[in-house]
Design a protein around this ligand. Structure first.
Ligand code: B1M
Length: 210
């Protein structure tokens, strides 16, 4: 089994103590950070499918997520650039009622590498907390809202609309997450949408430099 295949298998199996070491071994053997990351993202797809079919339950899903987070920690220094934060501050969070943070963390990492300073509000972030963060931090040019559940899409809408109704200016709002579509982003009044972490960084830069 290739090292990347081993990483994928151990993330799926939730082997939190093994994943970081295996990721490092894969890197040492010459595998690219992007390929290792993609393998772990694919693992989460498998985990989600197993959850959908009742083969595994929430605890197994959680432990697999923790295993992936350990692997991402190893990759982070290699993925994040060393840009001088010249594009301003990006406030990022997963919307109210939603505890999923792996995708949000990857988006945060890529947006940071595009040149933003990051203020990460974490998960389960109420709409007003996004607004407060714009007020409390210097030079906020972007707010990034992530949502992973169809049931929290209304919270995504509330976050965007509360930000837009706040009277605050000088920042753009980008939304994303598995159930979010470009059409939904337009419908809720977001300035931008991205389907994945890489394109979120590209879109973020485009939004604030336009
Ligand atoms: Co949950 N979960 N989960 N879960 N979980 C999903 C999302 C689900 C699809 C699984 C399934 O049924 N197949 C399903 C949602 C169904 C739906 O709404 N349509 C689901 C469910 C139902 C639930 C619970 C309700 C289960 C329950 O309790 N009965 C519950 C809800 C808890 C809550 O949030 N209130 C729940 C709980 C959990 C855990 C806590 C156990 C755990 C999360 C742990 C954590 O994040 N720290 C978990 C996990 C791990 C998953 C799956 C398996 C993996 C999610 C993930 O990290 N994917 C997921 C199944 C799946 O995704 N196939 C599932 C990898 C990650 C890199 O991808 O997050 O999509 P993703 O991020 C991508 C893009 O979406 C995009 O870029 C990222 C990177 O490319 N993106 C953005 C994300 N945010 C963006 C923001 C942007 C732009 C792009 O701009 C701002």
């Amino acid at each position: 089994m290739s090292k990347i295949a081993e990483v994928k298998a151990k993330v799926e199996a939730g082997k939190t103590k093994l994943v970081a070491g295996l990721v490092q071994e894969a890197l040492d053997e010459g595998d690219k950070a992007e390929d290792i990351l993609q393998a772990m993202v694919d693992s989460m797809g498998v985990v989600g499918d197993k959850f959908s079919t009742g083969e595994i339950f929430v605890p197994e899903m959680l432990i697999a997520a923790k295993a992936m987070a350990k692997g991402v920690e190893v990759l982070k220094p290699l993925m994040a650039g060393d840009s001088a934060s010249s594009l301003g501050t990006c406030v990022i969070g997963t919307v109210a009622g939603d505890l999923h943070d792996i995708g949000k963390n990857l988006v945060s990492m890529m947006i940071e590498s595009a040149g933003f300073k990051i203020v990460d509000l974490g998960v389960d972030v109420p709409a007003q907390k996004f607004v407060d963060a714009v007020k409390e931090n210097d030079n906020v040019t972007l707010v990034a809202c992530s949502g992973l559940l169809t049931t929290t899409m209304p919270a995504l809408k509330e976050a965007v609309q509360t930000l837009k109704a706040s009277g605050l200016t000088g920042f753009k709002v980008i939304v994303g997450g598995a159930p979010v579509t470009p059409e939904y982003a337009v419908e809720v009044g977001a300035d931008g949408y991205a389907p994945d972490a890489g394109s979120a960084a590209v879109k973020a830069k485009e939004l604030v430099t336009a």
